[in-house]
Ligand binder design. Structure first.
Ligand code: NZQ
Ligand code: ZN
Length: 390
């Protein structure tokens, strides 16, 4: 086993009515004024915001509200949140929503605690030295931002989507009530399931084998998501299936299934350009790209794909290379079963050659950056994968 670091400081409060503890959780941290940050309306419509406000009031915690975070959250909303928080003396940011709201909250946290333009952190030009404390009430199992070190923001100026990863921004707590996800549209549920799987797969596809235990955790998590994603197609209000998926979402991206330093992450980087430019749901974008990426790279180490296929989909071809292909086909058949797109055209996007060149140029930072660990990809490889996936 290689040397590694593992850091996961988020207090998880999981189960029915978890959100009722929000006020106490903020109070325990010694914070006094909250920015209540949320999305486009689902949390208001469901009555969740009212319950959280009641919980804050019960602990005499003051708050100001900022809603309107959109999927693929925007820098302008982040800047609005930073200005409001500074004006109001906010000392805690409470994200009520999914990856988009939590990521926006993290960016606001950086903005409150550091001087200058917060976008510098996302362009990798500076590193934040602090972050205001963040907590989350999770309403969608997907991005894993409630336990991850990462935040992904889209700058409307050029529709550039960039991430900033830093332990400073990890949530102090995450309240996770699976019932809150009952109201998700099927497309968001299944898109979330794909994203959850990808966070483990990106860590699984390393140049050398992960530890036996990491692989076993990965196979267990992936099998659980495949099983329960199918159940949720038929029974969206199945509490246990929602709970399995919600917990898988956090574990998949808190680092427990793999080594934080040597994952692949190519599919994520390729997809971020796509959702930055075309505003697609991140998980659906990943489903559209994964099969083409897999076919492009599997020969680097077919055994890795073969093991995955055997352990998650029961692939049984006698030769590893055949099992690898069987695995890729089984994954795509699963995506189709849960009505996720297996090509970019199925996302409703027609990529011409010029757009493919633009996507690859952005993703490779004008040819300066390579992607991947399982197989290193240059700008030309990126163009090839986008072309295969279109
Ligand atoms: O805005 P509202 O009205 O709440 O609607 C949202 C939104 O339209 C809706 N929704 C959320 N909870 C709901 C609900 N609708 C009904 N009932 C509920 N309970 O779902 C839609 C999608 O929400 P969003 O927060 O965008 O979803 P997700 O959690 O998938 O987050 C996606 C964002 O996270 C980034 C993605 O790139 C994308 O920008 N990621 C963040 C990561 C991280 N910070 O670690 C890692 C990921 O790889 C990912 O890149
Ligand atoms: Zn993701």
């Amino acid at each position: 086993m290689r040397n590694f670091e593992f850091y996961t400081p988020t207090r998880v409060v999981f189960g029915r009515d978890a959100e009722a503890q929000t006020g106490r959780l903020v109070k325990d941290l010694g914070c006094k004024k909250v920015l209540l940050h949320y999305g486009g309306g689902s949390a208001r419509r469901s009555g969740l915001l009212d319950r959280i406000v009641a919980s804050l009031k019960a602990e005499e915690i003051e708050f100001v509200e900022l809603g309107g975070v959109v999927p693929n959250p925007r820098l302008s909303k982040v800047n609005e949140g930073i200005a409001l928080s500074k004006r109001e003396g906010v000392d805690f940011i409470l994200a009520v929503g999914g990856g988009s709201v939590i990521d926006s909250a993290k960016a606001i946290g950086y903005g409150i605690a550091n001087e200058g333009d917060v976008w510098d952190f996302y362009m990798g030009e500076r590193k934040p030295s602090a972050c205001a404390p963040i907590g989350a009430v999770l309403t969608i199992a997907a991005a894993g931002s409630e336990m991850s070190d990462s935040s992904v923001i889209t700058n409307e100026n050029g529709m550039v989507k960039r991430g900033c990863s830093n332990d400073l921004a990890r949530c102090k707590f995450a309240a996770m009530n699976p019932e809150l996800t009952f109201s998700l549209p099927q497309y968001q549920t299944e898109s979330g399931c794909v994203d959850i799987m990808m966070h483990t797969l990106e860590r699984y596809f390393t140049p050398c084998r992960n530890s036996e235990l990491n692989d076993a955790l990965a196979f267990g998590l992936l099998s659980t998501v495949v099983k329960n994603a199918k159940i949720l197609m038929r029974e969206p209000r199945n509490y246990d299936a929602r709970a399995e998926i919600m917990w898988a979402g956090s574990l998949s991206h808190n680092g427990v299934t793999g080594d934080r330093f040597i994952g692949d992450w190519s599919c994520h980087q390729l997809e971020h350009e796509l959702s930055g430019m075309f505003d697609v749901a991140h998980g659906a974008g990943l489903a559209a790209i994964w099969g083409s990426w897999a076919r492009y790279v599997y020969k680097s180490n077919p055994e890795r794909f073969a093991d995955l296929g055997e352990n998650v989909f029961g692939c049984a071809s006698p030769f590893a290379e055949d099992r690898a292909i069987e695995c890729i086909e089984a994954m795509e058949a699963f995506f189709e079963e849960v009505e996720m797109p297996t090509s970019i055209s199925k996302l409703g996007i027609n990529l011409d050659d010029a757009i493919i060149r633009e996507l690859a140029d952005k993703c490779s930072w004008g040819g300066r950056r390579k992607l991947g660990a399982f197989k290193r990809l240059d700008k030309n490889d990126m163009e090839n994968i986008y072309a295969m996936a279109r």
